[in-house]
Design a binder for this molecule. Structure first.
Ligand SMILES: [Zn+2]
Length: 229
């Protein structure tokens, strides 16, 4: 039987609202999901800073050259000091996204950043597929994969950096890199929601306490305390 509005816990004398206020003001426990979120946010900010500089640092005379040609000839273009950063981002972000999307679509397990998604985890997998297909649609390109040629099955769109000039390729790489972090953030936000659902909810219910003949209203906090006696 649910107690009527405004009723107070027989032990601590608080109403449900007061119980929730008290519990709500306690410092929330820092969980692994919180720590992962902080890590991903930090990496995203760092990447955004790096990628933002590429456009400023690339010499104008190279901007209209073919992206793949420049990136594939780092010794030739060694005046562009950040080419190794670009190549690294391409492998660790863009190609990883391409591999992740292919695996996710096939319903296989995959890892993005440090997040492992099991084959049977449809909630996280659907998030990833939706976000990455959205990115492919908006960019008009199929994501490049780590094994060259694998993305050809996704016909109809240019794949990877094919046909992009250096300036456009850098912009695409920045967008894909930011998506790489945004997808992880979205997964973790979902994890956080799941975590919240598992947190105890506080109620005032009727319970019998040893030694008293009648049930009395008692809040979850006091009930747990008494149980522990
Ligand atoms: Zn109480």
């Amino acid at each position: 039987m649910a107690p009527r509005e405004g009723i107070r816990c027989w032990v601590c004398g608080r109403t449900l609202e007061e119980v929730r206020q008290t519990i709500g003001t306690a410092a929330p426990e820092l969980t692994d999901v919180d720590r992962s979120m902080a890590k991903v946010s930090e990496a995203r900010v760092k990447f955004a800073g790096e990628a933002g500089q590429w456009m400023d640092l690339v010499p104008d005379q190279f901007k209209a050259m073919d992206f793949a040609f420049v990136i594939g000839n780092p010794t030739q273009f060694r005046t562009i000091r950040f080419l190794d950063e670009v190549e690294h981002a391409r492998r660790s972000h863009v190609q990883e996204l391409g591999d992740v999307l292919a695996l996710a679509k096939k319903g296989k397990e995959f890892t993005i950043g440090e997040i492992k998604v099991e084959a049977n985890d449809s909630r996280r997998r659907d998030t990833v597929v939706r976000d990455l297909e959205d990115f492919e649609r908006k960019s008009g390109r199929a994501l490049e994969r780590s094994k060259a040629g694998d993305e050809k099955e996704d016909a109809g769109k240019p794949s990877g950096f094919n046909g992009l000039k250096l300036a456009d390729g850098l912009k695409y790489l920045r967008d894909a890199g930011l998506t790489y972090y945004a997808v992880q953030q979205r997964i973790l936000e979902g994890d956080k929601e799941d975590e919240k659902k598992k947190m105890p909810t506080y109620e005032i219910g009727m319970a019998k306490i040893k030694g008293f003949p009648k049930a009395v209203p008692i809040c979850t906090v006091c009930e747990n305390l008494i149980k522990g006696l």
